[in-house]
Design a protein around this ligand. Structure first.
Ligand SMILES: Cc1ncc(COP(=O)(O)O)c(C=O)c1O
Length: 372
């Protein structure tokens, strides 16, 4: 007899895992929005230094990292939640805020983990379609907020569509949300967003809206995806207390803490990564547009494009894979007929654009008509 699992386990959608980690070195890994830059050597050294002491549990107060973030952003350490990646905080928020009868509202397509929150808790998910430019429709989201709403998620810039809204639009939206409803502004890619100005700009909103949480990560611009460190800057301390209450005490390992503290110190390195990523983003967007494709205005470290109606997405994805380029298929992200492509090194970006051109031109990539 197979094991009998809880109904909620059967409801939880399977996360669309990226393939290709076993394909060897000569592959452009453009499917997971990671940084193409290896961590700075002093970050690697900082992580290595603590390994001799891992017979001890990690510092459960996470004091050095909490202090470093508090100093950088000028908010009290008690209003900073930390996590094993920002996903950890997201899932904890679902556990802390949601239950049967409650509702969670978010745009769709957005980050693939959002549907997990309702499935795991038994709450109702309200998914609000993006607008014609693949941006959040904040008016439509606001009208979905009811007495049952406990949580609203806004992904800015949005994964997978790369688009960002200005903070004036977000502030106007926040004014429409009742103050007992938690709003998580997922800013995993905010460092790359020219629309937002700088990474301090949204902090102004925290002063005005205690129900707001800015969710951020060391996985993208800081290049520490494999270390798993995320954080949340909270409008009030109650969110941090609640997400800590529902998790195990040791969610962040010692090496990850040390690496994050050191990475945060190296802001010149961050700026260099941002500049080079934006240059790569322009190469990718221009390259795809020159092939005649619609490409969203990207504010992230990836681009989002629509394929022509008569081209099968699966053919293009496998054609690219055959040419050593891994990208994310729109079908696995909620929108068939699209591709999400992470900015890579200049050589990887060029390889993608050449491979995409070849796939679009090749009859094997475009042979079948898509049924829509
Ligand atoms: C919008 C968004 N939020 C959160 C995350 C989670 O990142 P992590 O758990 O690595 O911090 C991701 C990862 O891709 C993301 O795209």
């Amino acid at each position: 007899m197979p094991l009998e699992f809880a109904a909620r386990t059967r409801r939880i959608p399977v996360y669309p895992l990226a393939a290709g980690y076993d394909l060897g070195a000569d592959v452009a890994m453009l499917a997971s929005n990671e940084s193409c830059f290896a961590p700075h050597p002093s970050v690697v050294e900082a992580a290595a230094r603590v390994l001799g002491g891992v017979n001890r549990y990690p510092d459960p107060s996470y004091a050095p990292l909490r202090r470093a973030l508090a100093d950088r952003y000028g908010i009290s350490p008690g209003r900073i939640a930390l996590g094993n990646g920002s996903c950890d905080i997201l899932l904890a928020a679902g556990e802390a805020l949601l239950e049967p009868g409650a509702e969670v509202v978010y745009a769709w397509p957005a980050f693939s983990v959002y549907p997990h929150l309702a499935a795991a808790s038994g709450a109702r998910a309200i998914e609000v379609p993006l607008d014609d430019e693949d941006r959040h429709d904040l008016d439509a989201i606001a009208t979905e907020i009811t007495v049952a709403t406990r949580l609203v998620m806004i992904c800015n810039p949005n994964n997978p569509t790369s688009t960002a809204l200005g903070l004036d639009e977000i502030e106007a939206f926040l004014r429409r949300v009742p103050s007992h409803v938690c709003v998580i502004l997922d800013e995993a890619y905010c460092e790359f967003a020219l629309t937002l100005g700088d990474t301090y700009a949204s902090l102004e909103l925290l002063r005005k809206f205690p129900n707001l949480v800015l969710l951020r990560t060391f996985s993208k611009v800081y290049g520490l995806a494999g270390m798993r460190v995320g954080y949340a800057l909270c409008g009030a301390e109650d969110f941090r207390v609640a997400v800590d209450q529902v998790r195990q005490p040791f969610y962040l390992n010692s090496a990850a803490q040390a690496a994050a503290v050191e990475a945060l110190r190296l802001q010149d390195d961050v700026e260099r990564r941002v500049t080079e990523t934006i240059a790569g983003r322009i190469e990718l967007m221009d390259g795809a547009r020159e092939l005649g494709l619609w490409v969203a205005e990207s504010d992230a470290n990836f681009i989002w494009l629509h394929l022509p109606e008569d081209i099968e997405e699966a053919d293009v994805v496998s054609g690219l894979k055959g040419r050593g380029v891994l990208v994310r298929a729109g079908a696995s992200l909620g929108r068939d007929g699209s591709l999400r492509v992470t900015v890579g090194t200049p050589a990887e970006n060029e390889r993608f654009v050449d491979a995409l051109g070849a796939c679009l031109a090749s009859p094997t990539a475009s042979g079948t008509k898509r049924a829509r």
